[in-house]
Design a protein around this ligand. Structure first.
Ligand code: IPM
Ligand code: MG
Length: 358
């Protein structure tokens, strides 16, 4: 049966990294028996320019009907003057919430070839393998009320709401415990329970859910300490589960442990493992169109898509092995380039991964 992939390149470097990922998909179709149909759609700034909306109804429809969604990146200075409600980022947030993709898996895995590319000492990061499970459809990103208001004294105020209901915490906790069970069976729940009631509640619910997972060792950590521990001794972590905003911040931090934000893929899953796959990095408008963005995070997102939504674990491993191979061969985009190495472009890196597929 042919499975459909909705491909949404978006803005900035989005189209370039997606072009590299599509070449990988085409190679899998041609030589590895993958049976998929790719349908492209507009999202973010590209969609605003074409239709006036960051998430046009046709795109939402395409994403809903597809078996999986592959997204590049959204946003850029061109659209920054727009009000928040109409910015490119709303396209991404709208997809996450409309498709109920509440579970965001962000693996921070260090390819051994890149141990020297991290700004941390190689011995601190060698062998690093962390999974950040970020809640993606709740918390302060979506809490109501939100907006701008004018107080009685005439002063203007911006406000957002951090809110988590029990079912939202419970379902993300279960995803995290399930993931931990398949790994090293250690789960660290990150919160700010000493200050924020919503995350004190988070801690209570995660603790209750832990009773169903007696073989997983649960610990709790405040987010400020977690940020510090991630750079001090990152290998103490196996799986981290945290709120939408803390996960946003900590996953950028964790990406740098692996050498570059250009290396980290992500999967955003609903309750039935339907997913949207995207690199965790943004649209990098400063390097857009220059053929120098790292396509590996997007290509590794294709691997996650194959594994989680398309039931093609072997092909996923083949893609991951091909990425390892090109790194072993010394290919580097500028973000992971070390002294003495020549850098290759986005296209060349994508082509090399295709050539390394076996
Ligand atoms: C991410 C990004 C997004 C987020 C932006 C682009 C809305 O930073 O996926 O981490 O904040 O979730
Ligand atoms: Mg982010």
């Amino acid at each position: 049966m042919t499975q459909t992939i909705a491909v949404l390149p978006g803005d900035g470097i989005g189209p370039e990294i997606i072009a590299a990922a599509i070449k990988v998909l085409e190679a899998l179709q041609k030589s590895f028996g993958l049976n998929v149909q790719v349908e492209q759609g507009l999202v973010g700034g590209a969609a605003i320019d074409a239709t006036g909306y960051p998430l046009p109804p046709e795109t939402l429809d395409l994403a809903k009907k597809a078996d999986a969604v592959l997204l590049g990146a959204v946003g850029g200075p061109k659209w920054e003057p727009l009000p928040i409600a109409r910015r490119p980022e709303k396209g991404l947030l709208g997809l996450r919430s409309e498709l109920e993709l509440f579970a965001n898996l962000r693996p921070a895995l260090l390819f051994s070839e890149l141990a020297n590319a991290s700004t941390l000492k190689p011995e601190v990061v060698a062998g690093l393998d962390i999974l950040i499970v970020r809640e993606l459809t709740g918390g302060i990103y979506f809490g109501q009320p939100r907006g701008m208001r004018t107080l009685d004294n005439g002063e203007k105020q911006g406000f957002n709401t951090l809110v988590y209901s029990e079912s939202e915490i419970e379902r993300i906790a279960r995803v995290a415990f399930d993931s931990a069970e398949k790994r090293d069976k250690r789960l660290c729940s990150v919160d700010k329970a000493n200050v924020l009631e919503a995350t004190e509640f988070w801690r209570d619910v995660v603790t209750r859910v832990s009773q169903d997972y007696p073989d997983v060792q649960l610990t709790h950590m405040y987010v400020d300490n977690a940020a510090m521990q991630l750079v001090r001794a990152p290998k103490q972590f196996d799986v981290i589960v945290t709120t939408n905003m803390f996960g946003d911040i900590l996953s950028d931090l964790a990406s740098q442990l692996t050498g570059s934000i250009g290396m980290l893929p992500s999967a955003s899953l609903d309750a039935h493992n339907k997913g949207m796959y995207e690199p965790i990095h943004g649209s990098a408008p400063d390097i857009a169109g220059l053929n120098c963005a790292n396509p590996l995070a997007t290509i590794l997102s294709v691997a996650m898509m194959l594994r989680y939504s398309l039931n093609q674990g072997e092909l996923a491993t083949a893609v991951e092995n091909a990425v390892s191979q090109v790194l072993r061969d010394g290919l580097r985009t500028p973000d992971i380039q070390e002294e003495g190495q020549t850098a290759v472009g986005t296209r060349e890196m994508g082509d090399a991964v295709v050539a390394a597929l076996v």
